[in-house]
Design a protein around this ligand. Structure first.
Ligand code: BG6
Length: 489
């Protein structure tokens, strides 16, 4: 295993160093990595943005961001160490000449240059060209790209092509921060390290699977971005499909990046297309209306700051997905994700099949099937719902549904759980591409999603309104009710 001390120090260049992602997420992750002694002693952080600023000024901004967005108090010695790593370089990314400023700072001899693109994708090409012009695109350097990579297949290809003109696929790290989450990675352990699940993980044993990624927050002042993206592009095309591939893929030959990518791509290729023909049966779009969350009144989507009141962008999606392969034939996957739902909750529920015969039918007409519930966040753990006999000697066997409950925080003694960004930043610096997304995967995911987006565009009805603080529009319940099922709530 790689430790802090056996990877080469880096010059981590963050483009968009004054932007939201850096201030809210990346700086906290870097602080936590430094606190855990996982940043190489000589690693530097080169903060790039277009605003005039010097390093001292940037350090002050970084400190303020940590004070504002990090919930824990900073340890003085860690902060001092981190602060010394920063170098601010003012670069107007639209002017390729300005990348020369970076060549004066970056040390290509004893450090690896890791370029983190925390900026909108339309600027990716400028960065690549600028780096090329300044001869900074050496074989060792890497590019880390944030989603969204395009807004459809065609635009994602344009981005991938332009980046590929300057960097080879091995140098490109496409981030989906869900792949850095401890609990998402635990899916690999759960499935491929436990024999009870290897033999019970297909259409013979499983009835259906539900994946819920619910958020209580709204669009957090990101109208400009979100209204063009919608929940489908913002969450489903990437995070939910990634979770789905982890649940559905065949066992990879090993844990190498290529082996895992190959298996994920096969799942994406087997997703049954949703087109004009079945889009109304298989999908539900919703948009939140005002309501209450944790006792506080919150505005509706169309009342958010900067809103265009005639927007038909969806903030909620539910759908039924079928995977046309040997393992999953006849097992529907129901996915739902939305903003401003009752509370934050990401979970996967595997519903096993009912028993073929019930020997307790004198007392129970039908026995509930077993359920495996995988809590991804905020509570992390795994539960199995099963039937047990209630202790007693009065003749009849009475059953009760009980839970085998493994809470990660209790089992692992509240050991620190690293967040997605921490892990992925570290892996990019270590040069380990396993947890990143390959070009083929993004393009395969876009191919499938594009077909739904095209079908939606032809529908005359708008997304259905749902009150903020609920689990989405009634139509999402009807989607499952049609198959005789209900959501796990
Ligand atoms: C981001 C989306 O990728 O993921 C956001 O752009 C969303 O809209 C966020 O809020 C959710 O991430 P997490 O880690 O809080 O579940």
């Amino acid at each position: 295993m790689t430790t802090a001390n056996n990877y080469k120090p880096c010059d981590l260049v963050i483009y968009g160093a004054l932007g939201d992602l850096t201030r809210r997420k990346l700086l906290i992750s870097l602080y936590k990595l430094d606190e855990s002694a996982l940043l190489e002693a000589d690693t530097r952080i080169i903060a790039v943005d277009r605003m005039p600023q010097d390093t001292a000024g940037y350090i002050e901004i970084a400190r303020k961001s940590l004070d504002e967005f990090f919930s824990e108090p900073l340890e003085a010695s860690v902060w001092e160490r981190l602060a010394k790593r920063f170098i601010y370089v003012q670069v107007d990314i639209t002017d390729l000449e300005q990348f020369k400023k970076l060549s004066k700072v970056v040390d290509q001899k004893s450090r690896v240059m890791v370029n983190y693109l925390a900026i909108p994708p339309m600027l990716f090409s400028n960065i690549c060209k600028g780096l090329q012009k300044a001869k900074l695109n050496t074989k060792e350097s890497r590019i880390v790209m944030e989603k969204p990579i395009g807004h459809d297949l065609a635009s994602s290809r344009v981005i991938n092509d332009t980046v590929a003109e300057v960097f080879s696929e091995e140098q490109i790290y496409r981030i989906d921060h869900y792949l850095g989450k401890e609990t998402v990675l635990n899916l690999l352990a759960l499935r491929f390290a436990n024999s009870i699940f290897t033999t019970n993980w297909d259409h013979n044993a499983i009835d259906h699977i539900q994946i819920t990624v619910a958020e209580d927050i709204g669009i957090e002042g990101r109208w400009e971005y979100f209204d063009k993206a919608g929940q489908m592009r913002d969450m489903l095309q990437n995070h939910l499909l990634q979770i789905l591939t982890f649940i559905a893929m065949e066992p990879p030959v090993n844990l190498e990046a290529q082996s895992i990518h190959n298996e994920k791509i096969k799942v994406l290729q087997a997703l049954r297309p949703i087109t004009d023909y079945n889009v109304e049966d298989r999908t539900v779009r919703g948009q939140y209306a005002k309501g209450y969350i944790k006792g506080q009144q919150v505005p509706g989507y169309l009342e958010e700051e900067g809103a265009n009141i005639s927007s038909t962008t969806e903030s909620f999606v539910a759908m039924r997905i079928d995977i046309d392969n040997w393992r999953w034939a006849g097992v529907p996957f129901y996915l739902r994700t939305g903003k401003r739902m009752s509370y934050k909750r990401t979970e996967i529920v595997i519903y096993f099949k009912q028993l073929p015969h019930n020997i307790f039918k004198d007392s129970y007409r039908s026995l509930p099937a077993n359920k495996l519930i995988i809590h991804l966040q905020p509570r992390e753990g795994v539960e199995i719902e099963m039937l047990n006999k209630i202790p007693g000697i009065d003749g009849a066997i009475k059953l009760q549904q009980t839970k085998l409950d493994l809470s990660f925080s209790e089992t692992f003694n509240n050991q620190r759980v690293f967040g997605g960004y921490e892990r992925l930043l570290l892996e990019a610096m270590r040069g380990n591409p396993t947890l990143f997304i390959s070009r083929e995967e993004t393009e395969q995911a876009w191919t499938w999603v594009d077909s739904i987006l095209r079908a939606w565009a032809k529908l005359s009805d708008k997304p259905r309104a749902y009150t903020a603080g609920t689990w989405g529009p009634n139509a999402a319940d009807a989607l499952l009710a049609r198959d005789g099922r209900t959501w796990e709530d």
